[in-house]
Design a protein around this ligand. Structure first.
Ligand code: AGP
Length: 618
């Protein structure tokens, strides 16, 4: 997704912007650009199709007057309107280059605005929606308004969710940023003799840990010496910076060839962190002080909706099954992009649980808005601190996974499963549906999770070998699972699509004979999730059906299973584990198979094509 970094200070600005863009690369992007104030009344803009090319281009520049500019804005673009071309890369400027803008999000009414501006004589040089913002601001600045006032007017004219940052030659040294809705955030970084604006706190952390997160409808105007805040009516806002504690070093890849490998390996630690200060292993109790509901309010809940997208939706599917099993409350997982437009009967007795590692996924946030309007109770499970989902929810359960740089979610999913597990137990205890004995058992089961994950991770070689020997040359794969392993099968297929670009389908195994079985051939292996459990025999039946049609089967089975080796082509072993822990540990080989297949095919698993870490457009 697009990224923004802007700096006003006294240091040469281009190295700061380039390193900020490198930090933002993980979000996914297809072009990049920098605009600096170089003293001749215009923004000097440089654009390229990659940050490396951009860095090379700006390093050789002879700035006007010989002095290095110290104020500038920069952007990584993830194309929405107009192709991946240099003219479409940001910053976009007004005709004389006096106003420069970088933008995340979509201007929904850009065609009407473009027509209006074209009729008024403004010339467009890109196919983007963003360019209308530059011209709208320029029109106001030309009529004598301040940059902040002009940005405010432009913000009121555009429809849809956007965040953008602008400079004007009429006010050297000033940068204005605004957040409108949920198209990614704007974070203000407060320094000593400098200030920054960025879409992502990671780009600010190398410079300062004092930050202010803008809310929707808020603006910040920064210079080297200060930051001022206001809303779209022009009212001045008082905002105090908060000190954030993020270990930037933890983002370094260390000994691992890819961030994804490192993040898979970090999962034992990540789930421990997700339990910290919440689970009392001695007394078999889960405490979630972040949740504001009384026991009476919890008892009144008559429906639970879990909402998310992609991997987070798969976590929701697991969470729905466990919450319903433990609490008896009807629970269902919903794709947020569907939920947001559906006629629903949410009300104050509904608990909506939104899962989003980024906290900024546009569809998930829109579904949360719907829940707010309906008066439903709202909990968010989020990794990224201070993001929009955390501002909307009644209470936020942070995942505690630590920064995930790989675009594909791994440890954040594992942590969301861990937190959903805790939430199910918490709701069961406070609703009175879970006996003390059963709660103690579930908590004790959870205590085994870090060790079981570590055991699985150590057994990585077999997945690597399978990726090379059996999967790399395939174009299609089928993943089958039942019960709480169905979402794991879905996730396995999603990971394979995302990282290895192999067509893969995840299905509830019972559905297979209703259609997908027609695809079975020696060209389409099946990954069958068949550890011991209540539905084991059913899975054996499905595996037999695949084998009878000449299909190759890779099974996941519990150590000691004597049936699977004779029945299938390969077995990936999982340790014996409690019912609700099995899906979590089965997730590890799903991640490893996709990772190794991606690497075997020569792809970069950290930056899969066309994907973004944070999907802030619909
Ligand atoms: C995960 O590997 C995917 N890249 C994607 O499906 C992701 O889970 C989805 O976009 C939701 O993101 P969120 O958790 O930040 O809301």
């Amino acid at each position: 997704m697009c990224g923004i970094i802007a700096y006003a200070g006294s240091e040469p600005v281009t190295p700061i912007l380039v390193s900020g863009l490198r930090t933002l690369e993980y979000r996914g992007y297809d072009s990049a650009g920098i605009g600096v104030q170089n003293g001749d009344g215009k923004s000097a803009v440089t654009r390229a199709l990659g940050v490396d090319d951009l860095a090379e281009a700006v390093s050789g520049q002879d700035w006007n007057g010989g002095a290095e500019p110290t104020v500038g804005i920069a952007h990584t673009r993830w194309a929405t309107h107009g192709g991946v071309t240099i003219p479409n890369a940001h910053p976009h400027t007004s005709a004389e280059g006096r106003v420069a803008v970088v933008h995340n999000g979509i201007v929904e009414n850009y065609i009407a605005l473009r027509t209006e501006l074209s009729d008024a004589g403004y010339l467009f040089s890109s196919e983007t929606d963003t360019e209308v913002i530059a011209h709208l601001i320029a029109r106001r600045v030309e009529s004598g308004e301040s940059l902040a006032a002009a940005v405010r007017c432009a913000a009121r004219r555009i429809q849809g969710a956007s965040s953008f940052v602008a400079t004007s030659a009429a006010e050297p040294g000033v940068i204005v940023g605004v957040r409108l809705g949920n198209a990614g955030g704007i974070v203000v970084g407060i320094g000593d003799g400098f200030n920054l604006l960025a879409s992502d706190v990671l780009a600010i952390l190398p410079h300062t840990d004092l930050v202010v997160y803008l809310r929707s409808g808020e603006m910040a105007s920064i210079t080297a010496s200060g930051a001022e805040y206001s809303d779209l009516s022009g009212m001045v806002l008082e905002r105090s910076p908060a000190r954030i504690s993020r270990n930037f070093e933890a983002a370094a890849r260390g000994e691992y060839p890819h961030f994804m490998a490192k993040e898979i390996a970090e999962q034992p630690e990540a789930v421990s962190s997700a339990m910290r200060r919440r689970v009392d292993f001695e007394n078999g109790v889960v405490d979630l002080p972040e949740l504001p509901y009384t026991d009476d309010e919890i008892r009144l809940i008559d429906r639970v909706i879990l909402s998310g997208m992609g991997t987070s939706l798969h976590s929701c599917m697991y969470g729905a099954q466990m919450i319903e099993a433990v609490t008896g409350i009807p629970a269902q997982a919903e794709n947020a992009s569907e939920l947001r437009y559906r006629s629903t009967s949410l009300n104050e007795r509904t608990l909506v649980i939104s899962v989003t590692q980024s906290g900024e996924t546009a569809d998930t946030l829109a579904a949360m808005d719907l829940a707010t309007q309906s008066g439903a109770k709202q909990i968010a499970l989020v990794e990224a601190e201070g993001t929009q989902a955390t501002l909307v929810a009644d209470g936020t359960l942070y995942l505690g996974a630590g920064q995930e740089i790989g675009v594909a979610s791994t440890k954040t999913m594992m942590c969301s499963l861990t937190v959903l597990y805790q939430l199910a137990v918490y709701l069961g205890i406070h609703r009175g549906t879970l006996s003390a004995k059963r709660a103690i058992k579930l908590v004790s089961d959870l205590s085994r999770l870090p060790g079981l994950i570590a055991e699985m991770i150590d057994d990585d070689d077999h997945c690597e070998q399978l990726a090379h020997d059996r999967l790399g040359d395939k174009r299609h794969l089928l993943y089958l699972g039942r019960g709480a392993l169905h979402p794991v099968a879905m996730e396995g297929a999603l990971k394979m699509k995302e990282l290895a670009y192999i067509h893969a389908e995840g299905y509830p195994a019972g559905e297979m004979k209703h259609g997908p079985i027609a695809l079975i051939s020696d060209d389409m292996p099946t990954v069958a999730l068949a550890p011991q459990g209540a539905l084991y025999d059913k899975m054996v039946g499905n595996i037999n059906e695949v084998k009878a049609r000449g299909g190759e089967v890779i099974a996941l089975a519990t150590y000691g299973d004597t049936t699977m080796p004779g029945l299938t082509d390969e077995v990936l072993w999982v340790p014996e584990a409690p019912e609700w822990i099995v899906p979590m540990i089965t997730l590890i080989p799903m991640q490893q198979l996709a990772y190794h297949t991606s690497v075997a095919l020569g792809h970069n698993p950290d930056k899969p094509r066309n994907l973004a870490k944070s999907v802030t457009v619909e």
